[in-house]
Design a protein around this ligand. Structure first.
Ligand code: PMP
Length: 387
């Protein structure tokens, strides 16, 4: 018998509300044209829808202007853009870049590549047994050689919410810019980039109930103005001759080629949808699910929760003493429960906690207490079979 789906893999990607699907389809059905180029009505309509999304996003994170909002393919591309453009221009031999042990590979590898190219050094803030950044170690790592800090706002593997404001304030006291990977934070926490005073911030549409293949880089306008383009091509230019090219103004300087127009419109729709419900209501609901689930699994024999920070988003990672996470995932799949098992693109973090992988249930706004019960009953059955 086919079981009803219990989808608890929201940290990997979220399901899309009908409103988002309709808005995305509507672009293809009713206004499909390229943007920023045509004088014809359809192109203008598409351009307006695309640019309206930029304003929705600007307001959502309280950026100063819409020229600080760059459409990218997602968090990964946003970080690569900063590492390539800002990094290549500003990082020199002997400089240091600080990240943390709990970074996603997309906030490790681009900096590692930059360090290799520039002969610079990657420094890593350790985490404690609860899965929290050890702030005193950050204070020790930061020095006159530090030229950039890039930190995850909320961890996809542990759920930890990092004290990013404190990190930014300390880094700024040394005049060091800070980038935040907000891939997991943006759908749980209200983000105000002016209040945070971060220099760059990245997130992906698909974790925010929006489409895949679209994401955002926020950057302070003074940084973005000073940075060279990331890619060359159409739309990012002002004038091209074979001798010389001048570049378009922000944000188009960083948006070479035809973007994911439908995706950008869909992302705007996702934010409208979320704002109607209220981010604080979503966070409240997910916290209830997390608390309930944490309590329920705590009694299970041989189960160790990985990530017990005081402040968490709705992510519950765990490891069974005698059952491999892949067996947990496969067994739960038979029960209709979708969770993620593996290293969650955080291999160094798995090593820190001495586990090959974890099983991770992550909650979204549509999940229910009854669904958590299905998960916990599934885990109990696993213990009967394997235990
Ligand atoms: N950072 C974090 C914390 C993430 O959870 C993810 C997605 N798992 C990424 C970065 C990368 O996001 P994307 O694959 O959408 O570029």
């Amino acid at each position: 018998m086919v079981k009803p789906l219990v989808y608890l893999d929201n940290a990997a990607t979220t399901q899309k509300p009908q409103y988002v699907i309709d808005k995305t389809n509507n672009y293809y059905e009713k206004m499909n044209a390229n943007i920023h180029r045509g004088v014809h009505a359809l192109s203008q309509e598409a351009t307006e829808a695309f640019e309206s999304s930029r304003i929705i996003i600007k307001n959502f994170i309280n950026a100063l202007g819409k020229n600080e909002i760059i459409f990218t393919r997602g968090t990964t591309e946003s970080i690569n853009l900063v590492a390539s453009s800002y990094g290549r221009k500003n990082i020199k031999e002997g400089d240091e870049i600080i990240i943390s042990t709990m970074e996603h590979h997309s906030n490790i590898v681009p900096w590692q590549m930059l360090c290799a190219e520039k002969n610079a050094k990657l420094r890593v803030i350790p985490v404690n047994d609860e899965g929290e950044i050890i702030f005193e170690e950050f204070e020790k790592l930061i020095n006159e050689k530090t030229k950039f800090v890039s930190i995850v706002y909320a961890s996809n593997s542990l759920g930890t919410v990092n004290p990013v404001k404190k990190i930014i304030d300390l880094a700024h006291s040394y005049n060091i810019p800070v980038m935040l990977d907000a891939a997991q934070a943006v759908n749980h926490l209200k983000i105000d980039v002016q209040q945070l005073d971060c220099d760059f911030l990245a997130f992906s549409g698909h974790k925010l109930y929006g489409p895949t293949g679209i994401g955002i880089l926020y950057g302070k306008v003074n940084h973005l103005e000073a940075m060279p383009p990331y890619q060359g091509g159409g739309d990012m230019i002002s004038k091209v001759t074979f001798e010389e090219t001048t570049y378009n103004e922000l944000p188009h300087k960083f948006e070479a080629g035809t973007p994911d127009i439908a995706g950008a419109i869909g992302l705007g729709a996702a934010i409208e949808y979320i704002e109607k419900i209220g981010l604080e209501n979503i966070a409240y609901h997910e916290n209830l699910l997390l608390e309930y689930a944490t309590k329920a699994v705590s009694d299970l024999q041989g189960l160790r929760i990985i990530g017990t920070a005081k402040e968490k988003i709705g992510v519950l990672s765990f490891h069974f003493e005698n059952v491999h996470p892949h067996d947990v995932g496969t067994f739960l799949d038979f029960e209709g429960v979708a969770i993620r098992t593996g290293h969650h693109c955080t291999q160094p973090l798995m090593r820190r906690f001495n586990v090959p992988a974890t099983s991770r249930a992550s909650f979204g706004m549509y999940n229910t207490i009854e669904e958590v019960d299905v998960l916990v009953n599934g885990l109990k059955k696993i213990l009967e079979v394997f235990g």
